[in-house]
Design a protein around this ligand. Structure first.
Ligand code: GTP
Ligand code: MG
Length: 661
């Protein structure tokens, strides 16, 4: 039966943000056969033609120069992984480098050894397990306690201030970043050891529960929004864009102008930045707090800060722009309701950032769209460097606009703001610079933020909070899970379940923006202090949910994906990094189900041998360890996925089926 109702994978967007466009209830009328062994064709003398991509390789080559397929696939070890190995887990990938010590998105250690063994034997693939170093990524980084403006936490995201102030010893724990690293390291080290012990085998067992249909969930009255008591809506705003475009400077300046950073703190940043010969980074230092970030002059983890505009409680997610830290940027983008895409207007810098291969502007925009972000403020920054030139602004608007259009951002959801973070032009008030005000009479950045519509929240659904960061208090044995509530609501005393372990406990207290709060609802970015739960079971990449509605945990998934421009071909056996909410897992492509017509979504070719750039397809992946997922139609937040390889996002899509082996 043809697949009806899926629309449009054309260009970059996928339409997966538009659930109504898809019909997931169709059957796949495709043979279940595996792809046949590729056959090499003879090309000209001295050349051999790759059976996959048809490239004519020199006789001396054993693997295809283009797609890495072995010349004689059957000659060696015949596992499916022989087809290609674009990503090796035994050598650290750029993403592993990011994870080690910076993000905490692995779910591996949460899973019981027994389950791993079962899965390993079931999969019978030769995916190499990552070394110890990549398995110890349960570290978060912590804020400098001297900063009194509020910064919270997220996965690959700076955390610490999100701890309740009342918890004195926990606050102490977060007051020294070096101390915290030590604590985290010892914790992760212990956890790694523990994951190998018999005791942990038992305690880590995933409790399989039959979830009750979510439609049966009846929200309690306290869960629902009391619009009279709080007129401001919650807005999670990601700041993204190419490296050095000025995201942190813009964020720091905005926070300073809005009184979230005191004059005294600003002086301190200025003094310290100058001392290190990095005077121009003073505002960025408010967000870039670690010694390494400051020394390198780049953001490495997402910084979370809070401010209020006229209409919103804004959670600002200042993301890294450097290509090595895209996984951390993804961790921020997964929480975003809207975004500010920062473009460096200066000559050469815009062009570099917009370059399809080397720039991050396009990748960030695609990631945003992939996560269903629709409203984007394009902040054309550093206008001071180009003399506030209208021509330059128009040129950038034209290029970026047509690209965003091709990503299916609607014109009406885009706002274009020329500004200078450094010279404070057009941030919270109309520009004072006549070279800008002479031709620009639109809204300033803050007004544009106010015009963003806060999305509807699933407050009345059962609780769902992907965990992006975990803070542990060794002295009290307390653990806090940080993240954005995607559905439902919690308050102190609420019963919760931690997945994938299935451990149950209660909410001890909540904190939002460094303040204790009585209720957190869908959309809120909070730290939840848990009670009655083994701290080792709470891991970034896991999910907090309602005990009666546990989220699915799976290792075998059917995905509908779009292969991005410039990606290496995806083959049967390709080993990729699988990203879903804050979880990252090693994945092997175990089946290429069908290629899809980008316009109609109908299957055009069964069991294709290879997927190349701009093609959309259904495929199956097998994950090394289980992750918490839902099919996209059940939960957008837990059903959107990214596939990465060699430090690049190669495909994005959605979970269409959870396959129970
Ligand atoms: P990453 O987080 O590493 O991707 O960088 P970023 O986008 O956060 O850039 P950051 O704020 O660190 O700024 C990079 C450099 O650009 C710094 O030297 C800033 O002083 C400079 N910069 C930022 N905004 C402006 C601006 O409006 N005008 C000028 N002239 N320089 C700016
Ligand atoms: Mg930055």
């Amino acid at each position: 039966m043809p697949r009806k109702g899926f629309s449009n994978f054309d260009d970059y967007d996928d339409g997966f943000d538009d659930e109504d466009d898809y019909d997931y209830d169709y059957d796949i009328d495709i043979d279940e056969q595996e792809a046949a062994e590729p056959k090499e064709e003879v090309a000209q003398q001295g050349l051999w033609r790759c059976a996959i991509c048809t490239y004519d390789n020199d006789e001396s080559m054993f693997v295809c120069d283009i797609c890495g397929v072995l010349r004689h696939p059957s000659a060696g070890n015949q596992t499916i992984n022989n087809n290609t190995a674009p990503f090796k887990f035994d050598s650290p990938s750029p993403d592993d480098v990011v994870s080690n010590g910076l993000t905490s998105s692995r779910t591996g250690p949460q899973v019981s050894t027994r389950q791993k063994e079962k899965q390993d034997s079931a999969e019978q693939n030769s995916v190499k397990k990552r070394g110890d170093s990549s398995e110890t990524s349960s570290r978060g980084r912590h804020d400098n306690a001297e900063n009194s403006f509020s910064k919270g936490s997220a996965g690959g995201i700076k955390s610490g201030k999100s701890l309740p102030k009342a918890k004195a010893d926990m606050s102490t724990e977060t007051s020294s970043s070096s101390k915290n690293v030590e604590v985290s390291e010892s914790l992760t080290g212990t956890m790694n050891k523990m994951s190998l012990t018999e005791e942990t085998k038992k305690s880590n067992d995933i409790k399989t529960r039959i979830p009750i249909s979510k439609s049966k969930h009846k929200p309690e009255e306290w869960m629902l929004l009391d619009e009279e008591s709080d007129t401001l809506s919650q807005l999670n705003l990601a700041i993204v864009g190419h490296v050095d475009s000025g995201k942190s400077t813009l964020s720091g300046r905005l926070l300073h102008l809005l009184g979230r950073i005191s004059q005294k703190q600003m002086h301190k940043f200025e003094k310290e930045a100058k001392l290190q010969g990095k005077g121009s980074f003073a505002y960025a230092w408010a967000l870039d707090e670690s010694a390494e970030e400051r020394e390198r002059g780049i953001t490495m983890t997402v910084a979370v800060a809070y401010f209020n505009s006229k209409r919103h409680h804004v959670v600002l997610l200042d993301s890294p722009g450097h290509k090595d830290f895209v996984p951390n940027m993804i961790a921020g983008a997964t929480q975003a309701d809207a975004a500010i895409l920062v473009i460096d207007a200066s000559i050469g810098a815009f062009e570099a950032g917009f370059d399809n291969l080397k720039g991050q502007t396009r990748e960030h925009a695609r990631v945003l769209r992939g996560f269903g972000v629709e409203q984007v403020i394009v902040a054309v920054n550093k206008m001071d460097i180009v003399g506030y030139s209208k021509d330059r602004f128009d040129l950038i608007k034209q290029h970026v606009g047509s690209f965003l259009h091709s990503c299916r951002f609607k014109d009406s959801s885009l706002t274009w703001i020329p500004l200078s973070a450094m010279e404070n032009q057009n941030l919270v008030a109309a520009p004072s610079e006549s070279r800008l005000s002479s031709w620009y009479q639109g809204p300033c950045l803050l007004d544009a933020v106010d015009s963003v519509k806060s999305p509807d929240r699933d407050v009345s659904k059962p609780l769902l909070m992907p965990i992006c960061d975990v803070v542990r208090s060794t002295s009290q044995g307390q653990v806090s899970a940080c993240g954005k509530l995607e559905a439902g609501a919690v308050r102190p005393g609420s019963k919760i379940m931690v997945m994938p372990s299935g451990d149950q406990g209660t909410v001890r207290s909540l904190e939002r923006d460094s303040e204790a709060c009585s209720i957190a609802r869908a959309g809120d970015n909070v730290a939840i202090v848990l009670q009655g739960i083994d701290a080792n079971q709470v891991m970034a990449g896991g999910v907090l949910c309602h005990p009666d509605y546990p989220v699915s945990v799976a290792t075998h998934l059917e995905l509908m994906v779009l292969v991005l421009e410039g990606a290496t071909p995806i083959l049967l056996g390709s080993q990729l990094e699988f990203h879903v909410h804050h979880a990252k897992e090693a994945a092997t492509v175990v089946k290429l189900v069908a290629m899809l017509d980008p316009k109609t979504g109908e299957a055009t070719k069964k069991s294709p041998r290879c997927l190349t750039a701009k093609q959309s397809a259904m495929l199956e992946v097998s994950l090394q360890y289980p992750v918490c997922v839902e099919i996209f139609s059940e939960s957008r937040a837990l059903g959107r996925v990214f596939l990465r390889s060699s430090g690049r996002t190669v495909a994005m899509g959605k979970v269409t089926r959870i396959i129970h082996d």
